[in-house]
Design a protein around this ligand. Structure first.
Ligand code: AMP
Ligand code: FE
Ligand code: FE
Ligand code: ZN
Length: 305
């Protein structure tokens, strides 16, 4: 089934046996990941993972390919998507699991959001031009290929044109959330997003709660309590970019608020998140136990009851 090489300068997790585990958060080239859905499924199979979910940003386009391959090689593929939610001063990411892949209105609404992204991406490019960095939007589009167009593609063009030395510098100087050329996406607000996911019988889970940037676990819990009232069902407490204090703290919150716990690596490829790899995340010992899939399936029953 091929080999799945890590880059020679990889500094992430050491290889460890994660067979029987799951990984419920990853990206393909349908958003800002590097790999095809089939590659991800084959790799998961190679690692012995029981199940995965392909959670591209704002699109379900990769599901069919992943699911087909999963059936062929024996990896369960859970329908998933990572929805961008607008918040004053930034965005947060909401995972939605077990939407109905045959429900065309779900994907249609996501596509409408993607169109709004285009308006915003063009604004970012116009602002870069006004700052002396003319951008050709067609180049941004071709950089993205089939992917949902976003800032990583804009950053790639800025690097290629020599406006910055690296993609990271593009973010740091110009297009990060507090950068001078940043514009917010016109997308769902939190309440609207949760209602949308619940109306479609899917299970909403806060992706990487540490990046809600509420400043500490107490403030995060307060905010999650509000989101729970609006229909939130879970927390991605098992996530590589955090220490044990956060992981355990989030698990405690999930018990207090009656939310399920999910987990995933958020693997994108080695350009976007260089030291994060499928199933292992970043940092020794990371893995997502299959028990989270069982709770997710129970939540699905409640969501569709
Ligand atoms: P967009 O959906 O267009 O807002 O782009 C979001 C993506 O840009 C994220 O998924 C990251 O891959 C990347 N990104 C956002 N902020 C930063 C940052 N400060 N440094 C590096 N990459 C970033
Ligand atoms: Fe991403
Ligand atoms: Fe995310
Ligand atoms: Zn993600």
């Amino acid at each position: 089934m091929g080999t799945f090489p890590l880059p020679s300068n990889f500094r992430g997790a050491p290889a460890s046996d994660i067979s029987g585990c799951v990984d419920l958060h990853m990206h393909s080239m349908y958003s800002d990941g590097e790999n095809t859905p089939e590659y991800l499924v084959d790799w998961a199979r190679n690692l012995g993972l029981q199940a995965i979910s392909l959670t591209d940003h704002d699109t379900t386009a990769g599901f069919e390919r992943a699911s087909k391959r999963g059936q062929k090689v024996g990896v369960e593929v859970v329908p998933g998507v990572e929805i961008s939610v607008k918040l004053s001063g930034g965005t947060f990411h909401l995972l939605a699991y077990y939407y109905d892949p045959s429900d065309t209105s779900f994907e249609a609404t996501l596509r409408d959001i993607a169109d709004k992204r285009e308006t915003r991406n063009r604004k970012i490019c116009e602002s870069l031009a006004a700052h002396g960095m003319p951008m050709d939007y067609d180049e941004v589009l071709s950089e993205a290929g089939e992917a949902v167009v976003g800032r990583p593609h804009i950053a790639a063009i800025m690097e290629r044109k020599g406006y910055v030395q690296s993609r990271q510098e593009a973010f740091d100087k110009w297009i990060s959330n507090d950068g001078p050329c940043y514009f917010e996406k016109d997308t769902f607000g939190p309440q609207e997003a949760l209602a949308f996911v619940r109306e479609h019988g899917a299970v909403p889970v806060i992706a990487h709660p540490i990046w809600l940037n509420r400043g500490g676990l107490d403030k995060t819990e307060e905010y999650l309590k509000q989101l729970k009232e609006w229909g939130l069902m879970g927390l991605e407490a098992v996530y590589p970019d955090q220490d044990e204090v956060w992981t355990e703290g989030l698990k405690d919150i999930s018990k207090r608020l009656d939310l399920i716990v999910t987990g995933g690596s958020d693997y994108h490829g080695f350009k976007v998140r260089p030291n994060t790899t499928l199933g292992h995340g970043e940092g020794g010992g990371f893995h997502v136990p299959s028990s989270v899939l069982n709770s997710l399936k129970q939540a699905r029953q409640r969501a569709q009851a």
